[in-house]
Structure formats: structure tokens, C-alpha cells
Design a protein around this ligand. Structure first.
Ligand SMILES: Cc1cc2nc3c(=O)[nH]c(=O)nc-3n(C[C@H](O)[C@H](O)[C@H](O)COP(=O)(O)OP(=O)(O)OC[C@H]3O[C@@H](n4cnc5c(N)ncnc54)[C@H](O)[C@@H]3O)c2cc1C
Length: 393
């Protein structure tokens, strides 16, 4: 335990691996600790929003992403009262499309980049606890102990780093996601789909490729108990959507289903001196806006930029960089997180969902501005201006 790392990062998801890669590319000494032995395909809708595509391009990963994953051109929104809103990502930013990733492939690629720039990667090792001194943090894992100048928690929605900091807060809801990869019967357009049901549950669909549809059901945990398990809950809800029922039918026990819970992760702060949280560890509201991957790489980029800057000022004191990250994080991501919380209220009120659907249906440019906000092409404020300034077309 003699050598001191510049940064120890806990968690090799997109947030942790992207951050580790960028820091080590600038010659910082980085240790990346990941509890899983193998990179797995996580429960995730796998949709990367247009702003995320831009971020990959700006980071030199655009060509990789575009040659490996299919484009998504917009989103179809279905309400419980059978309205359909057809939207396309507006042509207002450098990229007017998202991508259908495969998380196993994407996460592994990021990890390979880490290896290539000299990140020390410890798989099958779990972060346990830390002790913080003025400029050094000592961390203990399932396999050893290490010293670092900065400890970065990128360990997802159940972040142990956030817990040990005392930053985790009780969830305000108990949502569950049930997830499957299904084979379509008909050809899917290269569009995402959101099917909002009458009791605030919803199905999110991402057509990964012609033979594989990524589909997630998000519902209250209470529903799963009431219906008697994952399969029965799934089949209960699929019958509420005539379109999905026709496409996929009810599932039988041979279809692999995966569940995750809790979904929400609330934290009261994202930094303390030289300890900092990124990605889902820094907070996650709900997958309905499909931007967790973007948030993960965006927060990792902001933090790595600030730490690299801090290093030019002092070789040992990264605290000013951590503090600047926290400010930037708030400016960049907080407005959309607030909007996501508003959506949590909206989807619990079917008449409001229907009102919004009818409002969007009146004009294609209005509907596209709405999905421009969802895809982070517009900030919520810009999107509202776009929605109201245009006449119905
Ligand atoms: C149902 C569902 C659908 C979603 N759909 C989308 C979507 O379509 N688009 C989108 O952008 N986002 C989506 N998301 C969100 C997205 O999956 C996450 O936001 C994203 O994975 C966050 O990345 P991360 O690196 O912060 O965390 P993670 O990907 O969760 O990575 C955290 C890593 O930390 C490791 N770890 C945890 N604890 C420890 C420990 N103690 N020690 C060491 N390692 C540890 C874990 O093994 C994991 O590899 C969805 C989420 C859900 C639940």
C-alpha cells in the first residue's frame, strides 16, 4: 500500500470506465475497481440520446459508435387512451439521431480503452470502505487496501461510496424494471417507443437490430407483488397495450426476464473534499427520459476535465477540481433531472398524459421540439420556447 494513486474509481460502467480512460490518457495514475468478474449486458434500454452521440464524437469515440450501433431517428409515444404521437429528433444540433447500443459491447470497448492507456483494472474486487485524511484517502476493498488523492464513486444506483459518505437518501418511490430481449414479428422502424399505461407503468422499446427488441417494463413494486411475480406482471401489462400484445403476445416461462429494483437513487450531495460521485451514483430519477448513459459519460467528462485542470495547478491537491465539477454538474444536468421528476407526476395522471399528447399531435415541429428536450438537443427551457413559438403545422 505504498504507492498513491491520483484517482481510484469504483465501478467500471460507462461513468467509471470513461472517466478512467480520460484521466489515464493525461498520465494520471488510475486504479479502476469493478466488483463483477465479467462485463455483462446490464438491464438498460440501451438508447443513447443525440447529445450522447455528440459527446462520443467530441471524445473521439464517434466512429466506433456509429460503425457498431444502429441509429434511432425519434420516438413514438403511445398513451393509455390509444393516442399515438410520432416525433423525430429535430435538426437543431450537430446530431439529430440517437443510437441503439449493446451495453456489453459498449462497456467492454470502454474497458479496452482503459487498458490501452494504462489504467490498472481490478475486476472481481469490491469497494468496502474508506478513511479520509486531508489530501489522501485510504480505501479498503474485498481484496486489499490502497491510497488515493481522489476517490470517485461510479458504482451505480446502489452506490456504496455514496452510502459510506452518508449521502444516500431514502427513495421516494419503489419502482421495479422488468426487462427482456424479444424477437419482433414485424419490421420495426428505427424509432424508440414509449407506451404509457393507465396506472403510471410504461414499456420502453429500443429496436437494437432487426432480430432483437430491447423492451423494459417499469411499474410500481406493489404491482409485482399483487400479480404474483415478474412473468404474471409482464403479461398483465402487455394485455393493456393492443399494439404490444399483437407484436409480442403474452410471454411464457421460457422467456428470460430480468428485474432490477430500486430504480431511483437519491443523494443529498455529490462531493466531499476529495471524494466525488459520478453517473448513477450521483443520482438517478427514472429511465423514462432515457439519458442515464449520457449523464454517466457527461458527468465523467466534466469531472475528468476538472481534475486534469486541477493537476496543472497542483500535483497533489485535486479538491478545487472536485468542487468545480460539482458546480458544473448542477448547471449541466440538474434542470433535466427536475423535468424528469415532473414526468414522474405526469405519468401518474392519465388525463394530463392525454392532454400533452393532444397538444403535441397538433404540430409536428412541436412534437419534435418535445423529443428534442428528451434527447437533450434542447435544454428544457429552449424546448419550451420552441414548442410555443411555432404555430401548429
Ligand atoms: C430499466 C432501465 C432502463 C434504462 N434505459 C436506459 C436507456 O435506454 N438509455 C439510457 O441512457 N439509460 C438507461 N438507463 C440508465 C442506465 O442504464 C444507467 O444510467 C447507466 O448504466 C449508468 O452508468 P453508471 O456507469 O453510472 O452505472 P452502472 O452502469 O450501473 O455501473 C456501475 C458499476 O459499478 C459496479 N459496482 C457496484 N458496486 C460496486 C462496489 N462496491 N465495488 C466495485 N464495483 C461496484 C457495478 O458492478 C457496475 O459495473 C436505464 C436504466 C434502467 C434501470
Amino acid at each position: 500500500m505504498n504507492s498513491v494513486y491520483d484517482c481510484i474509481i469504483v465501478g467500471a460502467g460507462p461513468a467509471g470506465a470513461f472517466c478512467a480512460w480520460r484521466l489515464a490518457s493525461q498520465n494520471l495514475k488510475v486504479l479502476l475497481i469493478e466488483s463483477s468478474k465479467h462485463t455483462k449486458r446490464k438491464v438498460c434500454g440501451e438508447y443513447l440520446c443525440p447529445k450522447g452521440v455528440q459527446l462520443l464524437h467530441e471524445s473521439g469515440l464517434g466512429d466506433y459508435a456509429e460503425s457498431n450501433f444502429n441509429k434511432l431517428h425519434g420516438m413514438k409515444i403511445f398513451t393509455s387512451r390509444n393516442s399515438e404521437v410520432y416525433t423525430r429528433f429535430p435538426n437543431a444540433g450537430p446530431f439529430s439521431y440517437g443510437l441503439s447500443l449493446n451495453r456489453e459491447k459498449f462497456d467492454r470497448h470502454l474497458l479496452n480503452l482503459c487498458h490501452a492507456v494504462g489504467v490498472e483494472v481490478h475486476k472481481d474486487e469490491s469497494f468496502v470502505d474508506f478513511t479520509s485524511y486531508d489530501e489522501i484517502c485510504e480505501i479498503r476493498t474485498s481484496k486489499g487496501a490502497y491510497k488515493t488523492r481522489v476517490l470517485i464513486g461510479a458504482d451505480g444506483r446502489k452506490s456504496k461510496v455514496a452510502q459510506k459518505l452518508g449521502f444516500s437518501e431514502e427513495a421516494t418511490n419503489h419502482r421495479v424494471a422488468i426487462h427482456a430481449y424479444l424477437e419482433p414479428k414485424t419490421a420495426f422502424e428505427r424509432m424508440g417507443e414509449m407506451h404509457i399505461l393507465s396506472d403510471s407503468s410504461y414499456f420502453g422499446i429500443d429496436p437494437i437490430h432487426e432480430n432483437e427488441i430491447n423492451i423494459s417494463l417499469v411499474c410500481d413494486g406493489e404491482s409485482v407483488r399483487k400479480h404474483g411475480g415478474m412473468l404474471k406482471t409482464w403479461n398483465h401489462y402487455i394485455q393493456q397495450s393492443p399494439k404490444l400484445l399483437k407484436e409480442f403476445g403474452c410471454l411464457d416461462e421460457n422467456t428470460p426476464l430480468y428485474a432490477v429494483s430500486p430504480i431511483q437513487h437519491r443523494v443529498k450531495s455529490i462531493h466531499s473534499r476529495n471524494i466525488v460521485l459520478i453517473g448513477d451514483a450521483a443520482g438517478f430519477v427514472d429511465p423514462i427520459t432515457g439519458e442515464g448513459i449520457f449523464n454517466a459519460i457527461c458527468s465523467a467528462k466534466i469531472l475528468s476535465d476538472e481534475l486534469i485542470k486541477a493537476r496543472t495547478q497542483s500535483l497533489t491537491n485535486y479538491k478545487p477540481g472536485v468542487a468545480r465539477y460539482a458546480e458544473q454538474h448542477k448547471k449541466t444536468l440538474a434542470q433535466k433531472a427536475k423535468l424528469n421528476r415532473v414526468f414522474q407526476w405526469v405519468i401518474r395522471h392519465p388525463s394530463v398524459v392525454e392532454f400533452i399528447a393532444q397538444f403535441l399531435k397538433k404540430s409536428a415541429t412541436r412534437a419534435n421540439a418535445f423529443v428534442g428536450v428528451i434527447g437533450n438537443i434542447y435544454s428544457p427551457q429552449q424546448g419550451l420556447i420552441e414548442m410555443f413559438k411555432r404555430k401548429a403545422s
